[in-house]
Design a protein. Structure first.
Length: 73
């Protein structure tokens, strides 16, 4: 799903999403609070905890993918 988003989004949108991810990551929410925020506030129903050690690692992975896409269009 992230691949499709990266392929279909223009650089301006990718920069906005990356910035929002960085703001969220800078808040350093604990795992429980982050999961609740993602589920309830952002309606994110991807169960990252079945694949990733933490929400922070998963979000950093996404931020890295965004950066890579922006650096190598």
């Amino acid at each position: 799903m992230i691949d499709a988003f990266l392929a279909d989004s223009d650089p301006e949108n990718l920069m906005v999403v990356r910035q929002e991810l960085n703001v969220l990551l800078d808040q350093r929410k604990n795992e429980f609070v982050l999961r609740e925020y993602l589920l309830k506030e952002l309606s994110c129903y991807y169960c990252y905890w079945t694949v990733w050690e933490s929400g922070e690692l998963w979000l950093r992975h996404i931020a890295d993918r965004l950066t890579s896409r922006l650096d190598h269009p």
